[in-house]
Design a protein around this ligand. Structure first.
Ligand SMILES: [Zn+2]
Length: 310
């Protein structure tokens, strides 16, 4: 059993926090009935080889990818796609190199450029990376575009979407199971009953399971659209720098990019910043990380450790 820390600062609901701190979620998971949605993909608490962090994963990458397929198709249908090879070929090339640097060149990737001035980029489960033309223009150089690409691929390697959705599920399971049926498995106790009593028991178990599924469905939807937590953002920054280094890009250009974002006047700041707070601090953290990894020489770039803050 793993101890699950709810670190997503977005969860302000005291009920959710309470459930999680009391590890009702773990009890709920032990109840079994709730697990049908996660099925064989359920892996529980695992250590992420890329970040070294312990993660609660209740949903598989494949399942999440299926869920995201629709959002991706929708984005491509409702927004104008660029067909300009100066953008599309460039992005595919940079994406391919970063995928290689992240050790994921054998996976299928989809890189799309949306023909809009918006300064934003995003990643959806299933290795789907979207850039707006405005973001590529703002970055300007291949190295700085690679910095954003590295960051988005970092979200994939960090399994951030999976973790975020799992946190949502955990919250919902904690609430639904903890609040409605306790830690008993749906319908299990009905077996020992007879007649009308048993019928009522099964009806109630059914209702509870429907309620739970609805709650979880809501959690899943939220999880896909919610911004990543600050912890995930900084992990992605560092992973991105590592992949830049491994792909032959200059990781210090990631520092430059965030400095550039910090300098842009608020009205002109990239929309990316709405989900990526405090660019100046991120530039500093990146600089610390990169110079530390360089100091390590041949031992460098193995992980995303930074020097201890004094
Ligand atoms: Zn991000």
């Amino acid at each position: 059993m793993c101890i699950y820390h709810q670190e997503n600062e977005k969860t302000k609901d005291p009920a959710v926090k309470d459930m999680l701190t009391k590890r009702k979620m773990v009890q709920a998971l032990a109840a079994g009935g709730a697990l049908s949605l996660a099925g064989p993909a359920l892996s529980g608490c695992v250590t992420n080889p890329e970040t070294g962090a312990s993660q609660l994963l209740l949903i598989g990458e494949g399942q999440l990818s299926q869920m995201a397929a629709q959002s991706w198709a929708q984005a491509k249908k409702t927004q104008k796609l660029s067909t300009d090879p100066r953008y599309t070929k460039r992005l595919a090339n940079i994406g391919g190199r970063i995928a290689q640097g992240s050790g994921r060149a054998d996976q299928a990737w989809d890189f799309a450029v949306f023909d809009s001035d918006t300064r934003n980029a995003f990643v959806l489960p299933g290795n789907r990376v979207g850039f707006y033309r405005g973001m590529m223009d703002f970055a300007g150089s291949d190295d700085q575009i690679a910095a954003i690409m590295g960051h988005e691929v970092g979200h994939v390697a960090g399994r951030h979407a999976q973790e975020r959705v799992s946190q949502q599920m955990a919250g919902q399971i904690g609430l639904a199971v903890g609040g409605v049926v306790g830690a008993s498995q749906f319908g299990k106790r009905c077996k020992s009953l007879r007649g009308a009593e048993q019928r009522r028991c099964y009806q109630s178990a059914n209702r509870n399971s429907q309620l739970l599924n609805a709650a979880m469905g809501m959690g899943l939807t939220l999880g896909v659209i919610l911004p990543f937590s600050r912890k995930h953002e900084s992990q992605s920054d560092l992973l991105g720098a590592k992949y830049m280094h491994r792909s032959g890009y200059d990781p210090y250009q990631a520092v430059k990019l965030w400095e550039k974002m910090a300098e842009a006047s608020p009205a002109r700041q990239p929309e990316l910043l709405s989900t990526h707070p405090d660019p100046a601090r991120r530039a500093r953290d990146l600089h610390n990380y990169i110079s530390y990894q360089e100091q390590l020489g041949s031992q460098g770039w193995q992980n995303i450790k930074s020097p201890k803050r004094s």
